[in-house]
Design a protein around this ligand. Structure first.
Ligand SMILES: Nc1ncnc2c1ncn2[C@@H]1O[C@H](COP(=O)(O)OP(=O)(O)OP(=O)(O)O)[C@@H](O)[C@H]1O
Length: 741
């Protein structure tokens, strides 16, 4: 009600937007920023004394989206981070850290990591691991003595600080060509034994290289269940229907149904006698494919178990055929392939080598032959020896995911598009641990912790499965800190819902459209995504998590809805003050709040500056500003130091060019108030008039009511500032928020 009353205030009675502590809602003025942005908090005003490290920073480095579905030529925001481990080793140099001996810091990490919960948390999609807030990791104070300008050329995985005084600005691997090797598809035997989940995947590299144009595949829903088919890479999935016959026929039906009633491929399923079935969406195969496949698949795997030469023309345009074959077929094809050197024959599909028991392949379409048990068992034996090809597959908790292409590289990870045995597309995030210090590695595990905590939340990317190959990271039986770095080849794998495109690309596309057609802002587009962003961030704030690295690239579109990703530097709020201490990773420059820049410094009142929810609100404000104006508020300040100076200057006025809807400017100002206490919280923002337009109230419910019609007419001209006072006068007595109609 307070808010509604505020809506009704005439402009004269309204306080200045940013100076009102976020409590009042004045009728917005026009786009003149100078009298709209202010800050007035004693608590956060600072005597600026930038830490030494900052002087070392030359510039924030930019990263680019990879090619592929999310590719863009737009410069990418780059997170600034300081190696956690290095941060802690520099504690001596940093007074704030000196009070927190490294050992204690690390002990906190381990103790609060909830490692046992991680360890015990079966990667069960249906079972969220809920942890109490108290158990969450308290991060170490920011230690900024260690910053190096390390250009990470290896997928952001080898952060080796150069010197004590260097600031590590993580330069993410920017270009992301879809390497053919990453996208290689080949026949390979999956699984070391023939258990229920035995399956066999293959796809043609040409098809995978056109990964976004593929006709059919499946994408899991939030919980990784109830697969839906969407356009995606061609892949053959061959299942041992001895174990899964019922599902198989259902899936074939589904696949056909999803393809608008047309079979996406010719599927051969011969009841219980059929040993394997391939589902294909049938692009053209050319002889080149065979060479590629041979190049990337294990040569030993392919001829024996993997291939069938279906007679598809090497340069024709025939579609691939669904294949059902048994071991005899494998062997037959082996001979064919071998005869041709394994390279010059087109490869049309894969086949699976199955155990002999219960198999009697008689698929007529392929003239499958059963040559008898002795021969089968020989093939089986050979097949059992095979392992998966790591160039082609990832293995996570024993499950294989075939690589379809690299999506991107983050500061610490590389992310691949993969397809599961269930023909579901996922994103697989792989974090290399070798060479990292233990606190950093624990930090990576923390992201898993948060994603587990956020399971089932529709606006957060869902973690389907994960594996930490260094099991010691998941043990909390010893709280003693571990020194040194991880020496062995260890990885963290996270199987995630797959996002089709990120907001950064969408904004870039929108702006391209706007520029070419001289269009104005599409407010509905803005409202639609802004509201979704707010809701996503509200979800984590309600869970007492601060994301700390909100930027357009961290919102992914999944089946039409925005979802939040990348909790790599997210932090749990530890107490009711909702302030947190920030870890050594400090966010992405263009979206960083003043307090993020000054984290752990002292304000004029001697209070330590901390980052909490308001810091995320600032980042959201920067994103909104970028959506409205095509650039972030401080984009013109090119290097780190210039940015630091201007963002931390409470007297700096952000420039807001006029826009048609003045509420939009008001909204940005609510988010970009310099004083974090003046920034609005998400529940307020969700009620802002930009999202919830005011409508007439207390009017007769007669459509033709003249007063209502007048109000609607006025609303059409809402953009005209001259009408504001008139509207305000009218609404004072006549209107109420739409939600209360
Ligand atoms: N679930 C997903 N679906 C599709 N793409 C994804 C997914 N998760 C991450 N990506 C993409 O992979 C890239 C790196 O991912 P992510 O941001 O999680 O890694 P990071 O190492 O934490 O990077 P950053 O330093 O940007 O935070 C990004 O380009 C992102 O869009």
């Amino acid at each position: 009600m307070e808010r509604r009353d505020n809506f009704l205030q005439p402009p004269a009675a309204a306080a200045a937007p940013a100076a009102g502590g976020g409590k009042g809602l004045p009728v917005p003025a026009t786009g003149d920023a100078t009298n709209l942005t202010s800050s007035s908090s004693s608590t956060s005003s600072l005597t600026l004394s930038p830490p030494d490290f900052l002087r070392q920073v030359q510039a924030a480095l930019k990263r680019h989206r990879p090619t592929g579905s999310m590719q863009s030529n737009q410069p990418r925001a780059t997170r600034v981070l300081v190696s956690r481990g290095e941060g802690s080793t520099k504690a001596v140099a940093n007074p704030s850290v000196a009070q927190n001996p490294e050992g204690k810091v690390m002990q906190q990490r381990r103790g609060l990591l909830g490692a046992s919960r991680l360890r015990n948390a079966a990667p069960d999609q249906n079972k969220a691991v809920v942890s109490s807030q108290d158990e969450l990791l308290l991060t170490t104070p920011l230690t900024l003595g260690t910053i190096t300008d390390t250009h990470d050329q290896n997928g952001g995985q080898n952060h080796q600080p150069k010197s004590d005084t260097d600031l590590l600005v993580d330069r993410k691997k920017s270009s992301m060509e879809v390497s053919s090797s990453q996208m290689a598809s080949a026949n390979a035997l999956v699984g070391e034994d023939f258990k229920k989940d035995l399956f066999y995947l293959t796809s043609d590299p040409q098809l995978t290289s056109q990964r976004d144009n593929f006709p059919v595949a499946q994408v899991a829903d939030d919980q990784g269940k109830n697969h839906k088919e969407i356009g995606i890479a061609s892949a053959a999935v061959e299942m041992d229907i001895k174990y899964d016959a019922a599902n198989l026929s259902r899936r074939i039906d589904e696949a056909c149904d999803q393809n608008h009633g047309e079979p996406m491929t010719r599927c051969s399923a011969m009841g219980s006698s059929v040993t394997a079935v391939s589902l294909y969406s049938g692009p053209t195969i050319q002889s080149k494919s065979a060479a590629q496949i041979d190049q990337y698949a294990s040569p030993a795997q392919m001829p024996q178990c993997g291939r069938e030469s279906s007679g598809v023309s090497g340069h024709g345009s025939q579609k691939l055929h669904g294949v059902a074959m048994n071991h005899a077929d494998c062997n037959t094809n082996k001979q064919q392939v071998d005869t041709n050197g394994g390279m010059d024959k087109p490869v049309s599909s894969s086949a699976v080598c199955l155990p002999s028991q219960g198999l009697s392949g008689n698929d007529q379409s392929l003239s499958a032959k059963d040559d008898g048990a002795p021969r089968r068992s020989k093939v089986e034996k050979e097949c059992r020896k095979k392992n998966y090809d790591p160039d082609v597959f990832f293995k996570v908790n024993g499950k294989l995911y075939q690589k379809l292409g690299k999506i991107g590289s983050g500061g610490s990870s590389e992310v691949h598009k993969v397809i599961s045995a269930e023909c579901t597309i996922y994103a697989l995030k792989k974090i290399k641990l070798k060479g990292r210090d233990y606190p950093t590695a624990y930090g990576f595990c923390q992201e898993i912790e948060y994603l587990n905590k956020l399971k089932g939340k529709s606006n957060i990317i869902q973690l389907i499965d994960y594996e930490v190959t260094d099991k010691s990271l998941l043990q909390d039986d010893s709280l003693s800190p571990r020194d040194g770095r991880i020496k062995d080849d260890h990885y963290i794998y996270m199987v995630l819902e797959y996002g089709e495109i990120d907001l950064a690309n969408m904004v870039a596309q929108e702006w391209k459209k706007r520029n070419t057609s001289n269009m104005k802002i599409d407010e509905n587009w803005l409202r639609f995504y802004w509201q979704q962003m707010l809701k996503a961030v509200n979800t984590i704030h309600e869970e007492r998590i601060v994301h700390s690295d909100l930027k357009p690239a961290n919102f992914l579109l999944v089946r039409g809805a925005l979802k939040l990703i990348d909790f790599g530097i997210a932090k749990a709020i530890m107490n009711d003050t909702t302030n947190i201490q920030r870890d050594s990773q400090i966010g992405t420059l263009n979206y960083m709040s003043p307090e993020a820049f000054m984290c752990n410094e002292q304000d004029s009142g001697g209070n330590v500056i901390k980052c909490g929810r308001p810091s995320d609100i600032w980042s959201l404000g920067c994103i909104l500003y970028q959506m409205v104006y095509g650039k972030t508020p401080f984009a013109d300040y090119k290097n780190f130091w210039a940015k630091f100076k201007v963002v931390t200057d409470k007297n700096h006025k952000i420039k807001y060019e006029p826009v048609d809807n003045p509420w939009l400017i008001d909204l940005m100002q609510r988010c970009l108030a310099w004083d974090r206490n003046d920034r609005w919280r998400i529940p307020q923002l969700l009620e802002h008039p930009f999202l919830v337009p005011l409508v007439p109230r207390d009017l007769p419910s007669i459509d033709q009511d003249p007063c209502r019609l007048l109000m609607e007419r006025v609303r059409v001209h809402w953009a005209n500032p001259k009408l504001h006072s008139f509207i305000a006068e009218l609404e004072k007595d006549q209107c109420r928020p739409a939600t209360q109609m």
